[in-house]
Design a protein around this ligand. Structure first.
Ligand code: 5GP
Length: 217
């Protein structure tokens, strides 16, 4: 039987740097193909249709849902996001490792449909770091930042459902670490990055995010 590629799901809080991480990984190694999602959110300055996302109106998105054109889709902070099916399936068939950079609801749907998928959660070393990266990005209003932090608090509940946690402290180190982990994952799940090894960090993040979401910080 032809060896098919690995389906890799990468999630993480908004501002954890997953976008940059994934771009660098796919830029440095040829083994990966990045799925481009469709979204109904507005493009940020510098984003291009067909590069970061396929930007669509709500109607177009809903038509694609009706045609069963997504592997998964979800609502996130008032917008739809979904993974178009065709590209992912054809890349996997060609033996590429396909990366889906998606939020947690979508990740769980992928796990149901593709139990062999590898799920990875990217964290920052602290919540303070997360907040300053979100603000530093300068592309979101304060209201959106708060919405995203509150969504992060909800998502923090599901980290244990992922196969791996990876901490994005230094970008270059993280990219290398991620690549090594994916290489080894082809032979089976690697215990070293299991969420149970990051208990303290996860619990601290949860507590701080909950406080932020409640406006206590
Ligand atoms: P952003 O608006 O910051 O680009 O993305 C918001 C969230 O939506 C991020 O957590 C991102 O990973 C997630 N996301 C992007 N594309 C998809 C997708 O196709 N499906 C799902 N479920 N989530 C997505």
């Amino acid at each position: 039987m032809k060896h098919k590629g690995l389906l890799i799901v990468i999630s993480g809080f908004s501002g954890a740097g997953k976008g940059t991480l994934v771009k660098k990984l796919t830029g440095e190694y040829e083994d990966y193909a990045l799925s481009i999602s469709m979204t109904t959110r507005d493009p940020r300055p510098g984003e291009e249709h067909g590069r970061e996302y396929f930007f669509a109106e709500k109607e177009e998105f809903e038509e694609k849902i009706a045609k069963d054109g997504f592997i998964e889709y979800a609502g996130y902070c008032g917008n739809y996001y979904g993974t178009p099916k065709d590209y992912v399936l054809s890349m996997l068939e060609q033996g590429k490792n396909v990366i889906l950079e998606i939020e947690i609801q979508g990740a769980m749907k992928v796990k149901e449909k593709f139990p062999e998928a590898v799920l990875l959660f990217v964290m920052t070393p602290s919540v303070g770091e997360l907040k300053s990266r979100l603000i530093g990005r300068g592309t979101e209003s304060e209201e959106v930042i708060l919405k995203r932090l509150s969504r992060a608090a909800e998502e923090a509940v599901g980290i244990e459902d992922y196969d791996y946690v990876i901490v994005n402290d230094d970008l270059d180190t993280c990219v290398k670490e991620l690549h090594e982990l994916m290489k080894k994952s082809c032979e089976g799940i690697q215990e070293s990055h299991h969420p149970s090894h990051y208990k303290e960090l996860i619990e601290n993040c949860r507590a701080e995010l909950n406080a932020l979401a409640k406006g206590e910080k």
